[in-house]
Ligand binder design. Structure first.
Ligand SMILES: [Zn+2]
Length: 182
């Protein structure tokens, strides 16, 4: 039986960017947008607040776009300050590159394992699904999900009792499966 674990975001990630007012390097989005229409051209920003001084910075979402080429649904969501849209945009590599920001997901996600019943079995097959592209260490996830220490997980990998088609060292941010035999 395949068990399904989910890496779930619990809040928006911290936005890493230097504050011009206080030199802090972390911002938080509160889901607010600013939209500015000038004749037929549209600019839109996602607002982020410095976690130290509260100064507001604007992340460019749309830049001098013709109003007609913007999906009305997207405009509605920005006018409604949709926090789900803020999450989607922060995960968009194009938005991140354009605004020269990186994300810090510490304390902004949790692992849902659907209970611990499966842990007693001799062989455990797990499919880990990412509800958002959150870079995490599989060793850390497996340790948390199986109630083991990270050292024990490392040892199981070395002994060939914990196997996966992906490299379990380093970080991953997309779905993978693993098998644990004890
Ligand atoms: Zn600041």
């Amino acid at each position: 039986m395949l068990n399904n674990w989910v890496v779930m975001p619990t809040c928006l990630p911290t936005v890493l960017r230097r504050c011009h007012a206080c030199a802090s390097e972390s911002f938080r989005a509160n889901g607010k947008f600013r939209v500015n229409a000038n004749h037929k051209l549209l600019d839109a920003w996602l607002l982020v607040l410095c976690t130290a001084c509260g100064d507001t910075a604007k992340l460019t979402v749309l830049e001098r776009m013709n109003v007609r080429s913007v999906r009305p649904e997207l405009l509605d969501r920005m006018h409604e300050n949709d926090p789900g849209l803020a999450a989607e945009l922060l995960q968009d590599p194009v938005v991140r590159r354009r605004n020269r920001i990186a994300l810090d997901w510490d304390n902004a996600w949790r692992l849902d394992t659907g209970g611990s019943d499966h842990l007693d079995r001799a062989v455990i097959d797990v499919w880990v699904r990412f509800a958002a592209r959150i870079p995490v260490r599989p060793v850390r996830l497996i340790a948390e999900g199986c109630g083991l220490s990270r050292a024990e997980v490392e040892r199981l990998i070395t002994e060939g009792k914990l196997v996966s088609a992906v490299q379990l060292s380093g970080k991953l941010s997309s779905d993978f499966t693993f098998t644990l035999k004890r």
